[in-house]
Design a protein around this ligand. Structure first.
Ligand SMILES: Cc1ncc(COP(=O)(O)O)c(C=O)c1O
Length: 386
């Protein structure tokens, strides 16, 4: 009998199961509103779609260089120079299959089985599950409202010994909170001093609402900055991410990528160059303005609906809401909400293994009218009253 490996026995990504349930609701009732997807509700920028059409006609679209085509790495390097005023060259950039591809390859390149890698709780579950599948020890740092659900140097200094790696995300998923630039700089310096690899997930950069956001490379080139076309650039399914990496990791990441995936998708690479154009920028800033309107709507309506305890959504498009007064089984509660209202929410368990059964994540990346309608339905359902 076939026995799957012990290492493959990781938690499912529950949000994918919620998405499937929402799709089924849409099929059977035709009334689903999804506030569960962690993705923009818009297609790739028009300039990207046009570039993809040109690439289909004009390029061979065979395998590319494992680390990504030069014009794309040039565009990404220029993007980092432009946004953060730092010196990044195309050689510092490695393009991969989504930031998800970066995480797996980077963990393999940087960590040994048994190494301890720290991340926040609540935090993005795939870090934890991927690290576990690779045999690493995951150290979850409990982060609450006092620190905007983000780690601090004080928290790291209180550890019995420094971890081998630290993953931070700012803006974060599921909370949307950001790390203040001074604190991120202090964390980057601490990591350099103690020899801990800082992995700074910056894939929600660009989707912020006024609070300043810094890049880890503004302080330390010893860390890794992770980017993606998925969120700000509205291109989740195109599967393209990148890492800005210290020199020591370039060759291992190149060689691992050659072996694991050969190269990222060629058509996406050619098309994604246009994601960094001025034309795309105008369209993408329009999306951010819509997210800001949706965020204002939630900030206004959630307290009136009895959901007044949530993380400050500094960025990304999520509201991380405390529902402890309503349930201690967020999965069941979300199922009840879907059945009663057709509104799909994400139970918190993915993101917080300790307290996630009393939290829920709402995504506000969709259309403003849909979010308003979803809140009306939630209100009318009675499920928001203890
Ligand atoms: C914080 C964070 N990092 C990484 C990812 C993975 O994104 P992708 O592989 O599409 O770049 C996600 C997806 O939701 C995320 O929220």
């Amino acid at each position: 009998m076939l026995t799957p490996s012990a290492r493959s026995n990781v938690e499912p990504f529950y949000v994918m199961e919620v998405l499937a349930a929402a799709a089924e609701r849409q099929r059977t009732h035709g009334d689903a509103i999804s506030l569960c997807a962690g993705q923009p509700s818009t297609p790739a920028p028009q300039a990207v779609r046009e570039a993809a059409a040109r690439a289909l006609d004009g390029e061979l679209l065979g395998y590319t260089q494992a680390t990504g085509i030069l014009p794309l790495r040039e565009a990404i390097a220029a993007h980092h120079r432009d946004w953060y005023d730092i010196d990044v060259t195309p050689d510092d950039v490695i393009v991969m299959t989504g930031s998800s591809g970066v995480f797996t390859t980077l963990f393999l390149a940087a960590f040994e089985p048994g190494d301890t890698v720290a991340m926040t709780r609540p935090g993005y579950p795939a870090y934890r599950n991927t690290l576990q599948a690779l045999g690493c020890q995951v150290l979850e740092l409990d982060c609450g409202p006092e620190t905007r659900y983000q780690p601090t140097v004080a928290m790291l200094e209180a550890l019995p010994e420094p971890p081998r790696g630290l993953i931070v995300a700012s803006p974060a998923n599921p909370t949307g909170t950001v790390i203040d630039p001074e604190e991120l700089a202090a964390i980057a310096r601490w990591c350099e001093e103690v020899g801990c690899l800082l992995i700074s997930d910056e894939i929600y950069h660009g989707v912020t609402y006024g609070r300043p956001v810094a890049s880890a490379w503004q302080t330390s080139r010893q860390g890794v900055v992770v980017g993606s076309v998925s969120k700000y650039f509205s291109m989740t399914g195109w599967r393209l991410g990148w890492a800005v990496v210290p020199q020591e990791l370039r060759r291992p990441l190149d060689v691992l990528t050659q072996n694991l995936t050969i190269c990222p998708p060629a058509i996406t690479q050619y098309a994604a160059v246009a994601a960094f154009s001025a034309q795309a920028r105008v369209e993408l800033e329009g999306h951010v303005q819509r997210y800001a309107v949706n965020r204002d709507l939630l900030l206004r309506r959630l307290p009136a609906l009895g959901l007044g305890s949530f993380a400050p959504p500094d960025g990304a498009f999520y509201a991380w809401c405390d529902i402890a007064h309503l349930t201690d089984n967020s999965i069941r509660w979300c199922q009840d909400v879907l059945a009663a209202t057709g509104v799909a929410l994400t139970p918190g368990l993915d993101f917080d293994t300790a307290r996630g059964h009393q939290w829920v994540r709402l995504s506000f990346a969709g259309a403003t009218e849909e979010i308003d309608e979803a809140l009306d339905r939630l209100d009318a359902s009675g499920l928001l009253r203890p």
